[in-house]
Design a protein around this ligand. Structure first.
Ligand code: GDP
Ligand code: MG
Length: 177
């Protein structure tokens, strides 16, 4: 019945990966709680945060996982990726090395890609235009080559943060519904 249909719910696990200090935890706190922490060091505690949105009248919950600092030790385990439908691969547009390391994160992602249907390359800290080291074109062309979505964001001033997550969530939804 239509009553049953309207109660339908979706839960999608999404993981955030990328080098230390690119802004992964702040992207998540900006999206999930509209908070930014200028002094955040390593991520403490919370493994994931959940945010719901409505698509086609259905409740879609995104359970978004943060690395809790393991990326410093290259110790992100397969449990982290298990069951994930989406991935945000983040670099910092003001630090070229974090963009060069995207290749390593790609390898890791591909090794755990069994359930991942949607990938987004995210150039964070786009508010730091004056000290930019990675051009928009470089980000775009890598994403095209890998068939990823691409977006530049700022967790500091909120630019495109909602879009980064919701493009992924909507794409997963359209793939599984
Ligand atoms: P993580 O290690 O990838 O989780 O990175 P964090 O979220 O802990 O952020 C690392 C540092 O970068 C912190 O000092 C943040 O305040 C800062 N940061 C995060 N996002 C942005 C951003 O969009 N713009 C600027 N200017 N700084 C940011
Ligand atoms: Mg963190």
């Amino acid at each position: 019945s239509s009553d049953e249909e309207s109660r339908e719910e979706y839960l999608f696990k999404i993981v955030i990966i990328g080098d230390s200090a690119v802004g992964k935890s702040n992207l998540l706190s900006r999206y999930a709680r509209n908070e930014f922490n200028p002094h955040s060091k390593a991520t403490i505690g919370v493994e994931f945060q959940t945010r719901s949105l409505e698509i086609d009248g259905k409740e879609v919950k995104a359970q978004i996982w943060d690395t809790a600092g393991q990326e410093r030790f290259r110790a992100v385990t397969s449990a982290y990726y298990r069951g994930a439908f989406g991935a945000l691969l983040v670099y910092d547009i003001s630090r070229k090395d974090t963009f060069q390391n995207v290749a390593k994160w790609l390898e890791e992602l591909n090794a755990h890609a069994d359930t991942i249907v949607t990938r987004m390359l995210v150039g964070n800290k786009c508010d730091l235009e004056s000290i930019r080291e990675v051009s928009v074109e470089e980000g775009k062309s890598l994403a095209e080559e890998q068939e990823f979505f691409f977006i530049e964001t700022s967790a500091l001033d909120s630019t495109n943060v909602k879009q980064a997550f919701e493009i992924v969530i909507r794409e997963i939804y359209s793939n599984v519904s």
